[in-house]
Ligand binder design. Structure first.
Ligand code: DX5
Ligand code: ZN
Length: 223
């Protein structure tokens, strides 16, 4: 477990709780962290920006006291500037918003940073990577979606690795690249070779009966 993944350049595995059994979220979180996950990825969906509804600040607030793990919130919502503060107050330490949800991506990043959290920007597979370039200096994290956002368990889109390479050329040593969607034993190495630092993994961890074994194998396959 890493309490602040920005303090290391070692590759990180972020367990996406979207695939967890929410009837026992606390023990699911303990299981994947004890099993070797570095931090937690929190998928917030509003049923507008993406065709699904997941959870919001209330769930994050209830999970916060139970762990020191870093909370990386992925806001798949139409109004990130309106709701970012509630997520930070609930315990999220990194707030990532979608470029498709804002007018001025750099201004949005600066506004969210004023909340005292780290800031990330992300984009859907169909959005050209150039759309986030104006914000590169204003963010800590660039999250490349490798599936259409909205659901876990989808097929990895290898074409998205071209975006990873383009971003890698343009960012500094204090910034990180995260990939999200369809990461498992057969896809993780290609993502690592393209320049990814942080790997969001949902179904490949939570659907496995032995989460520690699943995480160890993913780390070994990373190369
Ligand atoms: C999808 C979410 C992902 C998802 C990943 O919109 O942003 O974080 O939970 O799940 P897997 O690893 O199963 O693709
Ligand atoms: Zn996500």
């Amino acid at each position: 477990m890493t309490t602040d993944p920005y303090t290391t350049t070692a590759p990180q595995i972020a367990a996406s709780i979207l695939s967890a059994d929410f009837s026992k979220l606390g023990s699911e979180i303990d299981d994947v962290l004890a099993g070797g996950a570095d931090f937690l990825h929190l998928d917030v969906m509003d049923g507008h920006l993406v065709p699904n509804i997941s959870f919001g600040p209330a769930i994050i607030k209830s999970a916060r006291p139970g762990t020191k793990a870093y909370f990386d919130a992925h806001l798949m919502i139409d109004e990130p500037l309106r709701y970012a503060e509630a997520h930070v107050k609930a315990g999220a330490q990194n707030i990532t918003f979608h470029v498709e949800a804002v007018q001025d991506v750099a201004a949005a990043a600066r506004q969210i940073r004023k909340l005292g959290c780290r800031v990330g920007v992300t984009l859907k597979p169909g959005t050209p990577v150039e759309k986030i370039f104006p914000a590169l200096e204003a963010v800590d994290l660039i999250l490349i979606m490798s599936v259409e956002p909205g659901f876990g368990g989808q097929k990895f889109m290898p074409d998205m690795l071209a975006k990873v390479r383009e971003v890698r050329k343009r960012i500094g040593p204090n910034q990180r690249i995260e990939i999200d969607g369809g990461i498992h034993n057969e896809t993780i190495k290609a993502a690592r070779d393209a320049g990814v630092d942080w790997f969001v993994i949902g179904s490949a961890i939570f659907d496995h009966p032995d989460r520690a074994a699943a995480i160890a194998e993913l780390r070994a396959k990373m190369g």
